[in-house]
Design a protein around this ligand. Structure first.
Ligand code: FAD
Length: 402
């Protein structure tokens, strides 16, 4: 009987084993995860769960009973230490588990501050897993002073939760502007204004020099010389794909575990999906850090294990919730040379990224219709004229008839 072993019980791992069973796979399935809880959604960790508006039951992707009911052997609290490629086995907790097909869905690892600048002091947190968020939750008391390092989506979402709960929030971003790596200045401006209006102090073009404190953090010195008193620190400075296991096993690594369009790595019978995997996309190689990518790619790998012979054609989209603003992003803006603004009623707005005449991506703030139409246009390779998009009188639905 074919045995599929999956390392990493997160979004991609859970989607993959579910797809195997939905697709009628009759072999043995083992899902191994190092966390103590069944696979759960990460996005609420910096949103509703951190706000205290969602409990663990709702966070789980599937009830724990789903796995046993579907003949999936779920190993929690178990870290895979190594892969024996020649022997087709993984080693976890001192025992070997043989596989016929192995999938790596190991996700990513948050970057931390170096010890030399105070990264190991108490009350310095990252936001990656349940344990991180549960341990920082008691710090979220009204009036406490939090320093957030990094103005990407995770940092901004944490800032929104902290400000909503009455904390004193300072966010430092080393780059010239928040969201510089992922969005146009228009989107950065939108979120800077939003946060400033809620009392968040946003400092751009300023880095953290070092943290101070005796065992527990109590202060921070910034690169412009500013000194701050802080009660705790949240670090949101990006992630790295979790490739250590794959690298030690000799798999090719290129901005993540290198896969072909079907999810196969450079070693036979080993596949990869989710945050840890890079794959071909429009003549380039990319890696996406998002839930839709983790699900879609994992499902394609499951189908290919069952013999489908299907390529993964990514349709990138993402979202972020901050206060009462829902940002929805369709497409990838890499290479844009122009941004067109479309104002909607009631404070909704969307920014459309073009390269020449070609529509690449849309950032939509409280503008679900713009997002939906933009996504469909991008996926079908259609590019409405920028002037048409910018005109508030344009009927968005009509754009689909282009
Ligand atoms: P993960 O879900 O991280 O799962 C990987 C699992 O593998 C982990 O449980 C890890 O412990 C385990 N593992 C690793 N190595 C081993 C080993 N050797 N042995 C056993 N187990 C191992 N995406 C969006 O689209 N929208 C959002 O709004 C959004 N918000 C986010 C907010 C936060 C706070 C975070 C952290 C992420 C957010 N993301 C969001 C990103 C999204 O959650 C990830 O892209 C997605 O979880 C990736 O799924 P994955 O299965 O690849 O990795």
């Amino acid at each position: 009987m074919t045995h599929v072993v999956v390392i990493g019980a997160g979004q991609a791992g859970s989607s993959l084993v579910a797809k195997l069973r939905n697709g009628g796979f009759q072999g043995k399935v083992t899902l191994i995860g190092e966390e103590p809880v069944a696979p759960y959604q990460r996005p609420p960790l910096s949103k509703k769960y951190l706000l205290g508006e969602m409990d663990l039951d709702r966070l789980l992707l599937r009830p724990e009973s789903f796995y046993s009911e579907n003949g999936i052997d779920l190993h929690l609290n178990e870290t895979v230490q190594s892969i024996d490629v020649a022997g087709q086995a993984v080693v976890a907790g001192g025992h070997r588990i043989n596989y016929d097909e192995l999938v790596l869905t190991t996700g990513s690892v948050p970057r931390r501050l170096p010890a030399a600048i105070g990264g190991l002091l108490d009350s310095v947190y990252v936001v990656r897993d349940l344990k991180d968020v549960d341990s920082m939750a008691p710090e979220f008391a009204e009036g406490k002073r939090v320093l957030i390092v990094g103005g990407g989506y995770i940092g901004l979402e944490a800032a929104a939760v902290a400000a909503s709960r009455g904390l004193d929030v300072t966010l430092v971003e080393m780059a010239d502007r928040i969201l510089q790596r992922v969005a146009a200045p228009e989107t950065s401006d939108y979120f800077r204004t939003l946060h400033s209006g809620k009392g968040v102090r946003i400092l751009e073009g300023v880095g953290l020099d070092h943290l101070t404190g005796d065992k527990k953090v109590s202060g921070a010195k910034l690169t412009d010389g500013t000194e701050l008193d802080v009660d705790f620190v949240i670090v949101g400075v990006g992630i790295s794909p979790a490739t250590a296991l794959a690298e030690a096993a000799g798999l090719d690594i290129e901005n993540g575990i290198k896969t072909d369009a079907q999810g196969r790595t450079s070693v036979p019978h080993i596949w990869a999906a989710g945050d840890c995997a890079s794959f071909p996309y429009k003549g380039a190689r990319i890696r996406l850090e998002s839930v839709p990518n983790a699900i879609d790619q994992a499902e394609i790998v499951a189908e290919n294990i069952m013999g489908a012979d299907k390529d993964y054609v990514a349709k990138p989209w993402f979202w972020s919730d901050q206060y009462d603003v829902k940002l929805q992003i369709a497409g990838l803006n890499t290479g844009y040379d122009r941004v067109v603004t479309r104002e909607g009623g009631g404070g909704s707005v969307s920014f459309w990224y073009y390269q020449g005449d070609q529509l690449l991506a849309v950032d939509a703030m409280n503008a679900p219709r713009d997002y939906m139409i933009g996504k469909r246009l991008i996926e079908s390779g259609k590019s409405p004229a920028p002037e048409t998009v910018a005109d508030p009188d344009t009927d968005m639905k009509a754009l689909m008839k282009l």
